[in-house]
Design a binder for this molecule. Structure first.
Ligand SMILES: *Cc1c(COP(=O)(O)O)cnc(C)c1O
Length: 495
Protein backbone atom coordinates (compact mmCIF):
# COMPACT_ATOMS: atom_id res chain seq x y z
CA UNK A 1 0.00 0.00 0.00
CA UNK A 2 1.35 3.42 -0.89
CA UNK A 3 2.41 5.65 1.95
CA UNK A 4 1.94 9.39 1.65
CA UNK A 5 3.65 11.97 3.80
CA UNK A 6 2.21 15.17 5.18
CA UNK A 7 3.41 17.95 7.44
CA UNK A 8 2.63 17.88 11.17
CA UNK A 9 1.26 21.39 10.60
CA UNK A 10 -0.82 20.87 7.46
CA UNK A 11 -2.45 17.56 6.59
CA UNK A 12 -4.18 18.72 3.42
CA UNK A 13 -1.14 18.46 1.19
CA UNK A 14 0.46 15.03 0.80
CA UNK A 15 3.74 13.97 -0.79
CA UNK A 16 5.41 10.79 -1.89
CA UNK A 17 8.44 9.57 0.03
CA UNK A 18 10.89 10.87 -2.57
CA UNK A 19 9.24 14.31 -2.52
CA UNK A 20 9.41 14.42 1.28
CA UNK A 21 13.08 13.39 1.25
CA UNK A 22 13.92 16.13 -1.24
CA UNK A 23 11.98 18.74 0.75
CA UNK A 24 13.43 17.85 4.16
CA UNK A 25 11.49 20.28 6.33
CA UNK A 26 7.95 21.24 5.27
CA UNK A 27 7.52 24.86 4.07
CA UNK A 28 5.16 25.52 7.02
CA UNK A 29 7.91 24.57 9.48
CA UNK A 30 6.36 21.18 10.26
CA UNK A 31 7.93 17.75 9.97
CA UNK A 32 6.87 15.14 7.43
CA UNK A 33 5.13 12.11 8.88
CA UNK A 34 3.79 8.97 7.17
CA UNK A 35 -0.01 8.68 6.97
CA UNK A 36 0.28 5.37 8.83
CA UNK A 37 3.03 3.18 10.20
CA UNK A 38 3.21 0.04 8.08
CA UNK A 39 3.27 -3.40 9.68
CA UNK A 40 6.34 -5.50 9.14
CA UNK A 41 4.86 -8.56 7.49
CA UNK A 42 7.91 -10.76 7.92
CA UNK A 43 7.47 -13.41 10.66
CA UNK A 44 9.80 -12.68 13.57
CA UNK A 45 11.83 -15.93 13.31
CA UNK A 46 12.66 -15.09 9.70
CA UNK A 47 14.27 -11.85 10.87
CA UNK A 48 16.90 -13.76 12.77
CA UNK A 49 18.45 -15.02 9.54
CA UNK A 50 18.71 -11.66 7.78
CA UNK A 51 21.79 -9.55 7.18
CA UNK A 52 21.73 -5.87 8.04
CA UNK A 53 21.28 -4.99 4.38
CA UNK A 54 18.37 -7.41 3.95
CA UNK A 55 16.71 -6.06 7.07
CA UNK A 56 17.21 -2.53 5.77
CA UNK A 57 15.44 -3.45 2.56
CA UNK A 58 12.46 -4.98 4.40
CA UNK A 59 11.97 -1.89 6.53
CA UNK A 60 12.63 0.79 3.93
CA UNK A 61 10.43 -0.70 1.23
CA UNK A 62 7.51 -0.33 3.63
CA UNK A 63 8.06 3.41 4.02
CA UNK A 64 9.59 4.47 0.72
CA UNK A 65 6.84 3.03 -1.44
CA UNK A 66 7.63 5.06 -4.54
CA UNK A 67 11.15 3.63 -4.78
CA UNK A 68 11.68 0.54 -6.93
CA UNK A 69 13.30 -2.53 -5.45
CA UNK A 70 16.39 -1.91 -7.56
CA UNK A 71 16.68 1.71 -6.41
CA UNK A 72 16.39 0.81 -2.73
CA UNK A 73 18.77 -2.13 -2.93
CA UNK A 74 21.35 0.00 -4.67
CA UNK A 75 21.07 2.77 -2.04
CA UNK A 76 21.49 0.17 0.71
CA UNK A 77 24.46 -1.51 -0.97
CA UNK A 78 26.23 1.83 -1.47
CA UNK A 79 25.63 2.89 2.13
CA UNK A 80 26.31 -0.18 4.24
CA UNK A 81 29.57 -1.46 2.81
CA UNK A 82 33.24 -1.56 3.87
CA UNK A 83 32.92 1.96 5.26
CA UNK A 84 31.74 0.07 8.33
CA UNK A 85 34.52 -1.69 10.19
CA UNK A 86 32.27 -4.57 11.27
CA UNK A 87 30.44 -6.75 8.74
CA UNK A 88 27.44 -6.91 11.10
CA UNK A 89 27.13 -3.08 10.62
CA UNK A 90 25.42 -2.80 14.02
CA UNK A 91 26.92 -5.55 16.24
CA UNK A 92 25.61 -6.32 19.73
CA UNK A 93 27.92 -6.69 22.73
CA UNK A 94 26.73 -8.38 25.88
CA UNK A 95 28.08 -6.87 29.09
CA UNK A 96 26.81 -7.08 32.67
CA UNK A 97 23.67 -8.88 31.51
CA UNK A 98 22.61 -6.13 29.07
CA UNK A 99 22.96 -5.85 25.32
CA UNK A 100 24.81 -2.91 23.84
CA UNK A 101 23.80 -2.19 20.26
CA UNK A 102 26.91 -0.57 18.81
CA UNK A 103 25.97 2.03 16.23
CA UNK A 104 29.48 3.41 15.93
CA UNK A 105 31.18 1.27 13.33
CA UNK A 106 30.78 3.74 10.46
CA UNK A 107 33.06 6.38 9.00
CA UNK A 108 32.90 8.84 11.92
CA UNK A 109 32.49 6.27 14.71
CA UNK A 110 29.16 7.66 15.92
CA UNK A 111 25.53 6.86 15.35
CA UNK A 112 24.80 9.66 12.86
CA UNK A 113 26.63 7.48 10.30
CA UNK A 114 23.78 4.97 10.35
CA UNK A 115 21.49 7.43 8.57
CA UNK A 116 23.94 9.81 6.91
CA UNK A 117 25.58 6.94 5.02
CA UNK A 118 22.39 6.33 3.11
CA UNK A 119 20.75 9.78 2.95
CA UNK A 120 22.90 11.01 0.02
CA UNK A 121 21.83 8.04 -2.08
CA UNK A 122 18.17 8.38 -1.09
CA UNK A 123 18.40 12.05 -2.05
CA UNK A 124 20.01 11.57 -5.45
CA UNK A 125 17.53 8.81 -6.35
CA UNK A 126 14.68 11.06 -5.16
CA UNK A 127 16.00 13.90 -7.30
CA UNK A 128 16.12 11.65 -10.35
CA UNK A 129 12.60 10.37 -9.71
CA UNK A 130 11.29 13.90 -9.41
CA UNK A 131 12.95 14.96 -12.66
CA UNK A 132 15.22 17.31 -10.75
CA UNK A 133 18.15 18.01 -13.04
CA UNK A 134 19.99 20.34 -10.67
CA UNK A 135 22.95 19.25 -8.63
CA UNK A 136 22.16 19.09 -4.90
CA UNK A 137 24.19 21.41 -2.66
CA UNK A 138 24.09 20.48 1.01
CA UNK A 139 24.66 23.42 3.34
CA UNK A 140 25.21 22.69 7.02
CA UNK A 141 26.27 24.51 10.14
CA UNK A 142 27.68 22.15 12.69
CA UNK A 143 28.73 22.16 16.30
CA UNK A 144 30.83 19.10 15.60
CA UNK A 145 29.43 15.66 14.97
CA UNK A 146 26.76 16.05 12.33
CA UNK A 147 29.01 18.05 10.03
CA UNK A 148 31.61 15.34 9.86
CA UNK A 149 29.06 12.56 9.43
CA UNK A 150 27.37 14.52 6.62
CA UNK A 151 30.73 15.18 4.94
CA UNK A 152 31.64 11.50 5.10
CA UNK A 153 28.22 10.52 3.75
CA UNK A 154 28.16 12.94 0.82
CA UNK A 155 31.86 12.81 -0.13
CA UNK A 156 32.20 11.81 -3.78
CA UNK A 157 28.50 10.97 -4.18
CA UNK A 158 27.78 11.95 -7.81
CA UNK A 159 25.26 14.75 -8.25
CA UNK A 160 25.93 16.30 -4.84
CA UNK A 161 28.21 18.89 -3.23
CA UNK A 162 28.54 19.65 0.44
CA UNK A 163 29.62 22.78 2.25
CA UNK A 164 30.02 22.71 6.02
CA UNK A 165 30.49 25.77 8.23
CA UNK A 166 31.78 25.27 11.76
CA UNK A 167 32.55 27.74 14.56
CA UNK A 168 36.33 28.07 14.53
CA UNK A 169 36.57 28.08 18.31
CA UNK A 170 33.46 26.10 19.08
CA UNK A 171 34.46 22.52 18.27
CA UNK A 172 36.96 20.18 19.90
CA UNK A 173 40.44 19.84 18.35
CA UNK A 174 39.66 16.27 17.27
CA UNK A 175 36.34 17.33 15.74
CA UNK A 176 38.04 20.11 13.82
CA UNK A 177 40.74 17.75 12.61
CA UNK A 178 38.13 15.26 11.47
CA UNK A 179 36.49 17.92 9.33
CA UNK A 180 39.46 19.78 7.86
CA UNK A 181 41.04 16.52 6.68
CA UNK A 182 37.88 15.48 4.80
CA UNK A 183 38.62 14.09 1.35
CA UNK A 184 36.33 14.23 -1.67
CA UNK A 185 36.28 16.58 -4.65
CA UNK A 186 32.74 17.75 -3.84
CA UNK A 187 33.42 18.74 -0.22
CA UNK A 188 34.23 22.10 1.36
CA UNK A 189 34.77 22.93 5.04
CA UNK A 190 35.06 26.50 6.31
CA UNK A 191 35.67 27.86 9.79
CA UNK A 192 33.60 30.85 10.93
CA UNK A 193 34.96 33.40 13.38
CA UNK A 194 32.23 33.21 16.01
CA UNK A 195 30.19 30.63 17.86
CA UNK A 196 27.79 27.93 16.67
CA UNK A 197 24.85 30.34 16.65
CA UNK A 198 26.72 32.63 14.24
CA UNK A 199 27.33 29.75 11.85
CA UNK A 200 23.76 28.49 12.22
CA UNK A 201 22.18 31.92 11.69
CA UNK A 202 24.42 32.48 8.68
CA UNK A 203 23.27 29.23 7.08
CA UNK A 204 19.62 30.05 7.76
CA UNK A 205 20.11 33.40 6.01
CA UNK A 206 21.63 31.68 3.00
CA UNK A 207 18.67 29.31 2.77
CA UNK A 208 16.28 32.27 2.91
CA UNK A 209 18.19 34.36 0.34
CA UNK A 210 15.95 34.40 -2.76
CA UNK A 211 18.50 36.14 -4.99
CA UNK A 212 21.09 33.52 -4.12
CA UNK A 213 18.59 30.76 -4.80
CA UNK A 214 17.89 32.25 -8.21
CA UNK A 215 21.58 32.47 -9.02
CA UNK A 216 22.09 28.83 -8.04
CA UNK A 217 19.07 27.80 -10.05
CA UNK A 218 20.49 29.40 -13.19
CA UNK A 219 23.81 27.69 -12.65
CA UNK A 220 22.12 24.30 -12.20
CA UNK A 221 22.26 23.96 -8.41
CA UNK A 222 19.72 23.52 -5.66
CA UNK A 223 20.21 23.85 -1.89
CA UNK A 224 19.22 21.08 0.44
CA UNK A 225 19.87 20.21 4.05
CA UNK A 226 20.88 17.02 5.79
CA UNK A 227 19.43 17.88 9.20
CA UNK A 228 17.97 15.29 11.47
CA UNK A 229 14.32 15.97 10.73
CA UNK A 230 14.53 14.60 7.17
CA UNK A 231 12.37 11.48 6.91
CA UNK A 232 15.28 10.04 4.93
CA UNK A 233 17.26 10.03 8.15
CA UNK A 234 14.52 8.76 10.43
CA UNK A 235 13.48 5.65 8.51
CA UNK A 236 17.00 4.16 8.18
CA UNK A 237 17.22 4.36 11.98
CA UNK A 238 14.27 1.98 12.40
CA UNK A 239 16.33 -0.74 10.75
CA UNK A 240 18.74 -1.43 13.59
CA UNK A 241 15.95 -2.03 16.10
CA UNK A 242 14.40 -4.64 13.82
CA UNK A 243 17.84 -6.11 13.21
CA UNK A 244 18.69 -6.20 16.92
CA UNK A 245 15.49 -8.09 17.73
CA UNK A 246 16.36 -10.64 15.04
CA UNK A 247 19.89 -11.07 16.38
CA UNK A 248 18.70 -11.55 19.97
CA UNK A 249 16.32 -14.23 18.68
CA UNK A 250 19.12 -15.85 16.71
CA UNK A 251 21.41 -16.05 19.74
CA UNK A 252 18.64 -17.45 21.94
CA UNK A 253 18.72 -14.44 24.26
CA UNK A 254 15.08 -13.76 23.40
CA UNK A 255 12.18 -16.03 22.62
CA UNK A 256 9.84 -15.24 19.79
CA UNK A 257 7.22 -12.69 20.74
CA UNK A 258 8.83 -11.76 24.06
CA UNK A 259 9.67 -8.10 24.44
CA UNK A 260 12.99 -6.37 24.83
CA UNK A 261 13.31 -3.01 26.57
CA UNK A 262 15.20 -0.33 24.71
CA UNK A 263 17.18 2.51 26.31
CA UNK A 264 18.29 5.37 24.08
CA UNK A 265 20.63 8.26 24.94
CA UNK A 266 18.52 11.09 23.62
CA UNK A 267 19.06 14.58 22.25
CA UNK A 268 16.89 15.57 19.31
CA UNK A 269 14.58 12.56 19.86
CA UNK A 270 15.27 11.05 16.41
CA UNK A 271 16.84 7.81 17.55
CA UNK A 272 14.21 6.92 20.14
CA UNK A 273 11.40 7.92 17.79
CA UNK A 274 12.77 5.34 15.33
CA UNK A 275 12.53 2.74 18.12
CA UNK A 276 8.91 3.75 18.65
CA UNK A 277 8.23 3.32 14.93
CA UNK A 278 9.87 -0.14 15.04
CA UNK A 279 7.51 -1.03 17.88
CA UNK A 280 4.50 0.24 15.93
CA UNK A 281 5.65 -1.91 12.99
CA UNK A 282 5.31 -4.95 15.21
CA UNK A 283 8.69 -5.48 16.86
CA UNK A 284 8.06 -6.58 20.46
CA UNK A 285 9.51 -3.71 22.44
CA UNK A 286 8.40 -3.34 26.05
CA UNK A 287 9.50 -0.01 27.45
CA UNK A 288 11.10 2.78 25.48
CA UNK A 289 13.45 4.32 28.00
CA UNK A 290 14.47 7.84 27.12
CA UNK A 291 17.80 8.72 28.75
CA UNK A 292 18.86 12.34 29.21
CA UNK A 293 21.91 13.99 30.71
CA UNK A 294 21.60 17.02 33.01
CA UNK A 295 19.65 18.81 30.27
CA UNK A 296 16.68 16.76 31.39
CA UNK A 297 13.79 18.52 29.64
CA UNK A 298 12.50 15.17 28.34
CA UNK A 299 12.69 13.46 31.73
CA UNK A 300 10.52 16.21 33.20
CA UNK A 301 8.17 16.00 30.23
CA UNK A 302 7.55 12.26 30.57
CA UNK A 303 6.88 12.69 34.27
CA UNK A 304 4.60 15.72 34.16
CA UNK A 305 3.38 16.25 30.59
CA UNK A 306 4.93 19.72 30.63
CA UNK A 307 7.65 20.46 28.11
CA UNK A 308 9.62 23.45 29.36
CA UNK A 309 12.84 24.65 27.78
CA UNK A 310 13.11 27.66 30.10
CA UNK A 311 16.13 26.58 32.07
CA UNK A 312 19.90 26.84 32.06
CA UNK A 313 21.72 25.05 29.31
CA UNK A 314 24.28 22.70 30.84
CA UNK A 315 27.51 21.78 29.03
CA UNK A 316 28.16 18.10 29.71
CA UNK A 317 30.60 15.37 28.68
CA UNK A 318 27.82 13.99 26.43
CA UNK A 319 27.58 17.07 24.18
CA UNK A 320 25.39 15.49 21.48
CA UNK A 321 22.63 15.32 24.08
CA UNK A 322 22.99 18.93 25.21
CA UNK A 323 19.71 20.01 23.66
CA UNK A 324 16.75 21.91 25.09
CA UNK A 325 14.39 21.66 22.12
CA UNK A 326 14.15 18.13 20.74
CA UNK A 327 12.78 18.78 17.26
CA UNK A 328 11.73 15.22 16.46
CA UNK A 329 9.44 15.13 19.48
CA UNK A 330 6.92 17.04 17.36
CA UNK A 331 6.30 13.86 15.36
CA UNK A 332 5.32 12.00 18.53
CA UNK A 333 3.21 14.87 19.83
CA UNK A 334 1.30 14.94 16.56
CA UNK A 335 0.60 11.24 16.82
CA UNK A 336 -0.41 11.43 20.48
CA UNK A 337 -2.81 14.21 19.54
CA UNK A 338 -4.49 11.77 17.15
CA UNK A 339 -2.85 13.32 14.06
CA UNK A 340 -4.61 16.56 14.90
CA UNK A 341 -2.84 19.39 13.07
CA UNK A 342 -4.65 22.13 15.01
CA UNK A 343 -3.73 20.70 18.39
CA UNK A 344 -0.11 20.24 17.32
CA UNK A 345 0.15 23.79 15.98
CA UNK A 346 -1.28 25.13 19.22
CA UNK A 347 1.35 23.32 21.30
CA UNK A 348 4.21 24.31 19.00
CA UNK A 349 3.07 27.93 19.04
CA UNK A 350 3.14 27.83 22.82
CA UNK A 351 6.68 26.43 22.64
CA UNK A 352 7.68 29.25 20.32
CA UNK A 353 6.06 31.99 22.38
CA UNK A 354 6.45 30.84 25.97
CA UNK A 355 9.14 28.20 25.61
CA UNK A 356 6.80 25.58 27.05
CA UNK A 357 3.60 23.62 26.53
CA UNK A 358 1.51 21.11 28.43
CA UNK A 359 -0.17 18.08 26.86
CA UNK A 360 -3.58 16.80 27.99
CA UNK A 361 -3.97 14.02 30.56
CA UNK A 362 -5.19 11.75 27.80
CA UNK A 363 -2.11 12.35 25.71
CA UNK A 364 0.03 11.79 28.77
CA UNK A 365 -1.67 8.41 29.30
CA UNK A 366 -0.68 7.42 25.77
CA UNK A 367 2.92 8.10 26.70
CA UNK A 368 2.96 5.17 29.11
CA UNK A 369 5.10 3.09 26.73
CA UNK A 370 7.89 5.53 27.47
CA UNK A 371 9.88 5.91 30.64
CA UNK A 372 12.21 8.84 31.22
CA UNK A 373 15.43 8.87 33.17
CA UNK A 374 18.52 10.99 33.49
CA UNK A 375 22.07 10.72 34.72
CA UNK A 376 24.14 13.49 36.29
CA UNK A 377 27.73 14.06 35.22
CA UNK A 378 28.96 12.20 38.30
CA UNK A 379 26.65 9.26 37.63
CA UNK A 380 27.79 9.12 34.00
CA UNK A 381 31.45 8.98 34.93
CA UNK A 382 30.73 6.45 37.68
CA UNK A 383 28.97 4.22 35.15
CA UNK A 384 31.93 4.33 32.76
CA UNK A 385 34.22 3.38 35.62
CA UNK A 386 31.94 0.66 36.99
CA UNK A 387 31.44 -1.02 33.62
CA UNK A 388 35.14 -0.97 32.94
CA UNK A 389 36.05 -2.35 36.34
CA UNK A 390 33.38 -5.03 36.39
CA UNK A 391 33.43 -6.18 32.77
CA UNK A 392 36.34 -4.55 30.92
CA UNK A 393 33.85 -3.04 28.45
CA UNK A 394 34.35 0.69 27.86
CA UNK A 395 31.39 3.00 27.25
CA UNK A 396 31.47 6.46 25.73
CA UNK A 397 29.77 9.18 27.84
CA UNK A 398 26.52 9.17 25.80
CA UNK A 399 26.13 5.42 26.10
CA UNK A 400 27.06 5.66 29.77
CA UNK A 401 24.13 8.02 30.37
CA UNK A 402 21.82 5.40 28.88
CA UNK A 403 23.49 2.58 30.76
CA UNK A 404 23.21 4.41 34.07
CA UNK A 405 19.54 5.19 33.46
CA UNK A 406 18.85 1.57 32.53
CA UNK A 407 20.58 0.16 35.63
CA UNK A 408 18.35 2.30 37.79
CA UNK A 409 15.25 1.31 35.83
CA UNK A 410 16.13 -2.37 36.19
CA UNK A 411 16.74 -2.05 39.92
CA UNK A 412 13.52 -0.09 40.52
CA UNK A 413 11.11 -1.91 38.23
CA UNK A 414 12.37 -5.50 38.42
CA UNK A 415 11.36 -5.78 34.78
CA UNK A 416 12.69 -9.16 33.55
CA UNK A 417 12.74 -8.29 29.82
CA UNK A 418 16.21 -8.23 28.25
CA UNK A 419 17.61 -4.71 27.99
CA UNK A 420 18.97 -3.31 24.75
CA UNK A 421 21.08 -0.21 25.32
CA UNK A 422 21.80 1.88 22.29
CA UNK A 423 25.47 2.70 22.08
CA UNK A 424 25.81 5.87 20.05
CA UNK A 425 29.52 6.63 19.97
CA UNK A 426 32.84 4.89 20.17
CA UNK A 427 34.70 5.64 23.43
CA UNK A 428 37.66 6.65 21.22
CA UNK A 429 35.68 9.64 20.04
CA UNK A 430 35.56 10.92 23.63
CA UNK A 431 38.82 9.46 24.90
CA UNK A 432 39.56 12.40 27.19
CA UNK A 433 36.31 12.18 29.16
CA UNK A 434 36.43 8.41 29.21
CA UNK A 435 40.00 8.27 30.51
CA UNK A 436 39.20 10.90 33.10
CA UNK A 437 36.42 8.68 34.39
CA UNK A 438 38.50 5.51 34.43
CA UNK A 439 41.88 6.87 35.44
CA UNK A 440 41.75 10.48 36.63
CA UNK A 441 44.83 12.67 36.91
CA UNK A 442 46.19 12.47 33.38
CA UNK A 443 44.60 15.66 32.12
CA UNK A 444 47.89 17.12 30.89
CA UNK A 445 48.35 14.38 28.26
CA UNK A 446 47.39 15.10 24.67
CA UNK A 447 44.43 13.48 22.95
CA UNK A 448 46.42 10.93 20.99
CA UNK A 449 48.31 9.78 24.09
CA UNK A 450 44.97 9.23 25.85
CA UNK A 451 43.65 7.34 22.82
CA UNK A 452 46.61 4.97 23.00
CA UNK A 453 46.08 4.39 26.69
CA UNK A 454 42.43 3.71 26.11
CA UNK A 455 43.30 1.14 23.50
CA UNK A 456 45.79 -0.54 25.82
CA UNK A 457 43.43 -0.77 28.75
CA UNK A 458 40.33 -1.82 26.79
CA UNK A 459 42.12 -4.20 24.44
CA UNK A 460 40.23 -2.62 21.54
CA UNK A 461 42.18 -1.56 18.45
CA UNK A 462 42.18 2.15 17.68
CA UNK A 463 39.51 2.62 14.99
CA UNK A 464 40.79 3.43 11.52
CA UNK A 465 38.88 6.72 11.55
CA UNK A 466 40.96 7.88 14.53
CA UNK A 467 44.25 6.33 13.41
CA UNK A 468 44.07 8.12 10.06
CA UNK A 469 43.62 11.50 11.73
CA UNK A 470 47.19 11.56 12.95
CA UNK A 471 48.75 11.65 9.54
CA UNK A 472 45.92 12.94 7.35
CA UNK A 473 46.82 16.18 5.54
CA UNK A 474 44.75 19.29 6.24
CA UNK A 475 42.76 19.94 3.06
CA UNK A 476 40.47 22.77 4.22
CA UNK A 477 42.14 25.86 5.65
CA UNK A 478 39.70 28.66 5.01
CA UNK A 479 38.49 30.74 7.98
CA UNK A 480 36.12 33.63 7.32
CA UNK A 481 33.76 36.12 8.98
CA UNK A 482 30.05 35.49 8.99
CA UNK A 483 29.48 38.25 6.45
CA UNK A 484 31.61 36.37 3.93
CA UNK A 485 29.56 33.16 3.93
CA UNK A 486 27.51 34.09 0.87
CA UNK A 487 30.60 34.75 -1.20
CA UNK A 488 32.10 31.49 0.05
CA UNK A 489 29.15 29.59 -1.42
CA UNK A 490 29.61 31.28 -4.79
CA UNK A 491 33.35 30.61 -4.73
CA UNK A 492 32.86 26.95 -3.88
CA UNK A 493 30.39 26.49 -6.74
CA UNK A 494 32.52 28.65 -9.02
CA UNK A 495 29.57 30.78 -10.10
C1 LIG B 1 23.08 12.68 17.90
C2 LIG B 1 23.57 11.86 19.02
C3 LIG B 1 22.71 11.46 20.08
C4 LIG B 1 21.28 11.92 20.17
O1 LIG B 1 20.45 11.33 19.18
P1 LIG B 1 19.05 12.00 18.84
O2 LIG B 1 18.55 11.22 17.66
O3 LIG B 1 19.35 13.42 18.48
O4 LIG B 1 18.19 11.87 20.03
C5 LIG B 1 23.23 10.65 21.10
N1 LIG B 1 24.52 10.29 21.09
C6 LIG B 1 25.37 10.64 20.11
C7 LIG B 1 26.79 10.22 20.19
C8 LIG B 1 24.93 11.43 19.04
O5 LIG B 1 25.79 11.79 18.08
Amino acid sequence: MEIRYSSTRNASHTLTASQAILQGLAPDGGLYVPDHIPALDTPLPALSRLSYQETAYLVMKKFFTDFTEEELRSCIASAYDEKFDDPAIAPIQKADGSFYLELFHGATIAFKDMALSILPYLMTVSARKQGESHEIVILTATSGDTGKAALAGFADVPGTRILVFYPKDGVSPIQERQMVTQKGGNTCVIGIRGNFDDAQTGVKELFADEALKERLDQAGFRFSSANSINIGRLVPQIVYYVYAYGKLLASGELQEGFPMNVTVPTGNFGNILAAYYAREMGIPIGKLICASNENKVLFDFFRTGVYDKNRDFVLTISPSMDILVSSNLERLIYRLAGNDVRKNIELMRSLGEKGSYEISQEMLKNLSDFAGGYATEEETKAEIRRMYQETGYVLDPHTAVASSVYQRYRADQKDPAPGLIVSTASPFKFARSVMEAIRPGEEEKDDFALIEELSALSGVRIPKAVEELRSAPVLHKKVIDREEMRQAVLDFLEI
